[in-house]
Design a protein around this ligand. Structure first.
Ligand SMILES: [Fe+2]
Length: 494
């Protein structure tokens, strides 16, 4: 189930990529990373000659090649490839990066360079930049007259980077801490910077407090760099816009730095400062536009998240008091839904659900029986066995809960989990009688956690079961009432 979800989230990217390396495990590592990122038209070769042959047969948009290989190495492949295919991009990977080698590779037409062992995210960033949207923009730009090949390549790279920045923040999940770190990492990657810091601005005190610092020496950055640059930070705050400064003399700036504000609704809450391009060149206006784009995207993301969190917690608080009153009527203590929430979360973690899924499940667990508010006292509070008619009324609580939450758009996901929290694996549950995996995965988790907590607590119609007995009941009902895998995950956790 979870695997299915993941596959759905990854777009299939049909760019043809050739991976060239003489060491099979490295080749596999690269291929796996590309597969996971959604690229599937991947071929492999174990040396330059084999790669060249494959390029003669098929067109590849990108070749990723090692340098040192028996027979024809990566640099010769680079030379010869231009004769066969002029518009194939090449990324060179090597364990021994020397500046001269990098420059030489670039001059021969390599589009990028990566040092082994490399970070998979860095690697995918480069691949993405060199591939994504290239084809589309290539066509558009070629249609315009008067632009030469180099300008086209430049433009493609620029558009790809902006596209990448957009995508990165579009799909981002996580708290502000995570977004801050991601912003700094992306900034360094996109403009090839060496040092980057994100500082939060304390308006009252007029202070810049370091939040994320990526530097070879954090202490020096804090004690020397920040005080030396404070005036520039202040200017960014005053001017409310990004600055790019060049200086050959100023030790903390040379040759250039970019500093951009982080704003929410026109209030500056922080700044991002990036220094030193890796190749010791100055930042360009293109770099500046990338950083402005990045900080804007990140700020927007943080703003949305803050807004979302405050609405969410308000609404949830309101419903919590409603749930508390339902539980008291239902002879459960107030802790019932908290225990169901914690048990559900433990199972979900064991089953490697995403943070977002776990969060949804926790909310659904708190609210799962809110529909019981619609059940009359004489049925809900009845101590003995229920008649078939009475039980039919009880069964309406899943749908009633779903209905109560319907006006709250924020609970879109949770509503579905709640609606199906009494479906059984064998299809004999309610309200829809969904069978097996037809019922939402998170509902199946909630079902196990809720049943276990009900079994181990006193109910009006029976005393509490002990823990072992309840576990045995779960085991006995594997693949009958419950999803067997969920039961297994639960038993591992208990
Ligand atoms: Fe229920």
């Amino acid at each position: 189930m979870m695997q299915n979800l993941q596959v759905e989230e990854i777009p299939r990217l049909n760019k043809r990529i050739l991976v060239v390396d003489d060491y099979p495990p490295t080749r596999q590592l690269i291929i796996d990373a590309l597969n996971q990122a959604g690229y599937y038209a991947i071929s492999e070769a174990e040396n330059g000659q084999e790669a060249l042959d494959k390029c003669a047969e098929n067109h590849f948009e990108l070749v990723i090649s090692d340098v040192m290989m028996p027979g024809m190495g990566g640099m010769e492949l680079l030379n010869r490839l231009r004769e066969v295919s002029s518009d194939t991009s090449i990324i060179i990977i090597t364990a021994h990066p020397a500046v001269e080698l990098a420059v030489s590779a670039m001059k021969r037409g390599a589009v990028d360079f990566l040092k082994k062992p490399f970070n998979i995210d860095d690697f995918l960033l480069k691949v993405h930049i060199h591939l994504d949207e290239n084809a589309r923009y290539k066509k558009e730009i070629k249609a315009q007259s008067g632009i030469n090949e180099i300008q086209i390549k430049d433009k493609i790279r620029e558009l790809s980077v902006h596209g990448y920045i957009y995508d990165s923040f579009e799909s981002i999940e996580g708290d502000n801490e995570y977004i801050f770190n991601k912003l700094v990492d992306l900034s360094l990657n996109v403009v090839d910077g060496e040092e980057c810091a994100l500082l939060l601005f304390d308006e009252e005190e007029g202070l810049f407090r370091p939040k994320v610092i990526k530097s070879h020496d954090r202490k020096i950055y804090e004690s020397r760099t920040i005080p030396a640059l404070k005036q520039i930070f202040q200017e960014v705050v005053t001017k409310r816009r990004a600055l790019m400064i060049h200086s050959s003399e100023h030790q903390e700036i040379a040759p250039s730095l970019i500093c951009a504000p982080l704003m929410i609704r026109n209030n500056i809450f922080g700044i991002l400062c990036i220094r030193k391009k890796i190749n010791r060149e100055s930042f360009t206006s293109k770099d500046l536009s990338y950083i402005i784009n990045l900080t804007k995207r990140a700020s927007l993301n943080i703003e949305n998240q803050m807004l979302y969190e405050s609405i969410y917690s308000n609404v949830l608080d309101t419903f919590r008091s409603l749930v508390a009153s339902v539980q008291v009527r239902d002879h459960y203590t107030e802790e019932h839904c908290l225990r169901v929430r914690d048990l559900s979360a433990k199972i979900a973690e064991e089953m490697q659900c995403s943070d977002k899924e776990i969060e949804s499940l926790k909310i659904a667990a708190i609210l799962h029986d809110v529909g019981k508010i619609a059940i009359p006292d004489h049925i809900l509070l009845k101590p003995g066995r229920l008649t078939a008619e009475e039980f039919a009324v009880i069964r309406t609580h899943s749908e009633a809960g779903e209905k109560i939450l319907r006006p709250i758009l924020l609970f879109d996901q949770e509503r579905r989990i709640i609606l199906h929290h009494h479906e059984r694996w064998d299809g004999k549950g309610y309200p829809a009688g969904l069978k097996g995996e037809e019922s939402p995965f998170l509902s199946r988790i909630l079902m196990v956690a809720d049943s276990f907590d009900a079994m181990t607590n006193t109910r009006p119609y029976r005393p509490a079961m002990n823990l072992d007995y309840a576990c045995e009941e779960l085991r006995k009902n594997r693949d009958l009432q419950f999803d067997g895998r969920v039961v297994d995950a639960f038993l591992k956790q208990i």
